[in-house]
Design a protein around this ligand. Sequence first.
Ligand code: FE2
Length: 300
Amino acid sequence: MNTATPFSGAAHDGLNRGVAPVTYGQGDRPPRGDYGRAKSDYTCEQLHERYTETDHDTYRRLFARQRAQLPGLACEEFIDAVERLGSPDCIPSLAEISHRLKPVSGWELVAVPGLIPEEAFFALLAERRFPVTDWIRRPEEFDYVVEPDIFHDLFGHVPLLFNPLFADYMQAYGRGGLKASRLEACEQLARLYWYTVEFGLIDTPKGLRAYGAGILSSAGELMHSVRSPAPLRLPFDLERLMRSRYRIDSFQSTYFVIESFQQLFDATAQDFAPIYPRVRAVPDIEAGEVLPHEKVISLR
Ligand SMILES: [Fe+2]
């Protein structure tokens, strides 16, 4: 999680110089994106006029494909809010979405050149500013892009920022992240993000539904996570989850299921400082591994 990646982007006076813009997510390659435009907090301007017709077309096709899959697989809160992203026909202006979002949950969107350091990421979340990558994948990456692009960040993450409870959870996560950095517990906290914000499932009266952005922005994982008998599904348990490793190169083999956003918010409202040493004192659990006493959630 904390792997530093060499950064060879251009540096201008007053801009980030020699700082590895790694992080949320990880990899061995330098991150993609024009970090020379970034300010000291890693935000940049969304240069909307720079998007090409091809970029808009990629967004339009991605949006249409994902939206068609949502009924019966995504949670209602997400489906209701997707429409608030604006026209699905072209890459939207982040400022315009912020204009609608801020009165509802106090959040605004800010453009970033790509992956940014953990501390910068946490600081933005703590200020209710959600970083959105400003570039979109190339057409040949239509089905899979290694780093999050504007489609993943917008379509996957932003709808639930319209939900006041989930929006509060995201801010609390940012504050928790700043603390975790001081406690050297970012790996444990990153697992919480991974298994909730990115790959979380929620139990609803109509059955399991997805709320995680990594699932909702993926062409294949939405169906896999909600309907396939293959993956392991476990009830949300904070410490179990912090012990759980995850895969970044395939669909998840373990998902954690929350009962409600309230449960998620309440379970994570406590101070994690005494939890981290406890979690680190016991072995990690591999993705897909089930412990002897664990109750697995089966599909109805
Ligand atoms: Fe994401």
